[in-house]
Design a protein around this ligand. Structure first.
Ligand code: NAG
Ligand code: NAG
Ligand code: NAG
Length: 505
């Protein structure tokens, strides 16, 4: 009981500080909230499940519905405020994933600039759970446009991923972004398993609507809690491919700052405090006291009063730090009457305000073929969803991917405190893979883009220097090198480093 009290106090500490103060929660905030809920829920959410389920639970013939004519209806002429001339097609609309209940997922699709008929198809999924892939992924990360500070006009992202792929953004699960259900109780049973199944049903129907993509090389990318969605959807596809007449041509998955393994609630805690210490946010005395007084490694949790005092000393000042990118400035203004000067190289910390304003404009929703009269609440970048099941680890699936020759890329923005890179590296170590190409510096325009290691079997890990939780927001150029190498199936370019030679002693 005492331990439980301590846990609750720990939760309060984290959330009073991190969530109470920000008016809207970021993708990383929502992720942390879920992790702590999982750690303290009784019984634990999805407690004993090590892996994921989402085995085949339906027949394809039962879920695939006719889609004729819908593609043409989904075509977007132009988004309000977009640059006049663009040389790619945009589509947006709904795919029903449960006819009986009336549950539909919203997608926004941008075809590639260039040879769209041969370039691969990439599905992008943001995390949360509850964050919109259209709001984050498309409008703040890898999509062709960014929203200006007036909340009305768009400007071009020259590092958009649709220069190398056809990119599909899915608001998943139901309750995120423009996705909706006609039964409000339906929204309260969201969880890992239904998310994977719904995304799969979405995908097979979407491929009916866009049949020219049926045989295309297919990749799934995502971030944060997408570290659950992406592998689980890939697993679902592999399961269904076994019986499908036309299997989905899944080639690889890429996940950024992902949640892939929770040994216990404390595992992240330990990495978090060490990360903040290594970045100069924590005194030697305090980290020493945390190391001695807090046991983050395994239950039962040994946490002393000294531990809580020291944790508080670290956490309290962080009210003035943006934890998704500890070096980013904080947002200090609202919408502006005229668009401010923008540079893709320095991400605007008020971006979510602009995106939220833009997505709530009726003319934008009309153009996107999305409509909030369907969802009955204002569009939000992240909505807090009730989560009924969540796997504690998706790592066992990685073994399945490598056996099926599905490439895996895991990457970490190296200044994210929400999922620090060391946390991800520790998780990956559990796979016991041997290194095919040891840790090396990779080249982004003759600078260190980060570091990478390639494992036997086809798993690549990479850090991205100077990137936060949302890597393509903070380092769009480096994220572009990353995705291009991944889609080309080649290692990240190596920086030429002088070889070691023994000094004369
Ligand atoms: C939800 O209900 C509305 C109004 O009855 C209907 O028009 C819409 O098609 C339903 N959505 C789904 C996905 O069935
Ligand atoms: C989550 O569940 C609680 C209790 O059932 C309910 O009050 C709340 O409205 C639900 N939230 C959402 C977003 O469904
Ligand atoms: C990795 O090695 C450890 C220690 O030998 C073992 O307990 C664990 O099951 C291995 N994991 C995998 C995925 O093979």
């Amino acid at each position: 009981m005492k331990n439980r009290g301590n846990l609750v106090l720990g939760v309060l500490l984290y959330f009073l500080v991190f969530l109470g103060l920000s008016c809207h929660a970021t993708q990383g905030d929502v992720l942390w909230r879920l992790m702590w809920e999982k750690a303290t829920a009784e019984p634990k959410i999805g407690g004993s499940k090590l892996s994921v389920t989402s085995e085949r639970r339906f027949l394809l013939s039962e879920v695939v519905k006719p889609q004729a004519g819908l593609k043409e209806k989904d075509k977007i002429d132009m988004l309000p405020g977009q640059p006049r001339k663009v040389n790619f097609n945009q589509y947006g609309g709904y795919v029903t994933v449960d006819e009986k209940i009336g549950r539909a997922l919203y997608y926004y699709f941008v075809e590639a600039e260039g040879p769209k008929d041969t370039l691969p198809l990439v599905l992008w999924l943001n995390g949360g759970p509850g964050c919109s892939s259209v709001g984050y992924g498309a409008m703040a990360e890898v999509g062709p446009f960014r929203v200006s500070s007036d909340g009305k006009t768009l400007y071009q992202n020259q590092y958009a991923w649709n220069k190398v792929a056809n990119v599909l953004f899915l608001d998943s699960p139901v309750g995120a972004g423009f996705s909706y259900t006609n039964s409000s109780s339906d929204e309260q049973v969201n969880g890992d398993e239904r998310t994977a199944n719904d995304a799969y049903v979405f995908l097979v129907n979407w491929l009916e609507r866009f049949p020219e993509y049926k045989n295309r090389e297919f990749y799934i990318a995502g971030e944060s809690y997408g570290g659950h969605y992406v592998p689980q959807l890939a697993h679902t596809i592999i399961q269904h491919n076994k019986e499908a007449k036309q299997p989905i041509n899944l080639k690889g998955i890429a996940i950024g700052n992902p949640m892939v393994h929770e040994e216990d609630d404390g595992a992240l805690g330990g990495h978090f405090f060490e990360f903040m210490w290594s970045r100069g946010f924590v005194s030697e005395k305090t980290i020493d006291s945390i190391r001695k007084g807090c046991d983050f490694s395994q239950p039962p949790f040994r946490r002393t009063k000294a531990c809580f005092r020291s944790m508080y000393e670290v956490i309290a000042p962080l009210e003035f730090v943006f934890m998704d990118n500890i070096y980013a400035p904080l947002c200090d203004h609202h919408l502006t009457a005229k668009p401010m000067y923008t540079s893709l190289d320095s991400f605007d910390p008020c971006n979510d305000i602009y995106v939220t304003a833009y997505m709530n404009r009726p003319e934008v929703q009309n153009a996107l073929h999305a409509n909030v009269t369907k969802i009955n609440y204002p569009w939000e970048e992240c909505r807090s969803l009730n989560w009924t099941d969540g796997a504690f680890s998706v790592l066992p699936l990685f073994t399945e991917f490598l056996e099926n020759e599905i490439r895996v890329l895991v990457y970490s923005g190296d200044i994210d405190a929400k999922i620090p890179m060391t946390f991800t590296q520790t998780s990956l170590k559990r796979l016991n893979l041997s290194e095919a190409t040891p840790w090396y510096a990779w080249d982004s325009n003759s600078e260190i883009g980060g570091f990478s290691v390639v494992y036997e079997g086809g798993l690549t890990y990479a850090t991205v220097k100077g990137a936060g939780h949302e890597v393509p927001s903070y380092q769009p150029k480096r994220a572009f090198v990353l995705i291009k190498s991944f889609l080309d199936g080649v290692p990240l370019p190596r920086l030429h480093i002088k070889e070691y030679s023994d000094p004369e002693v």
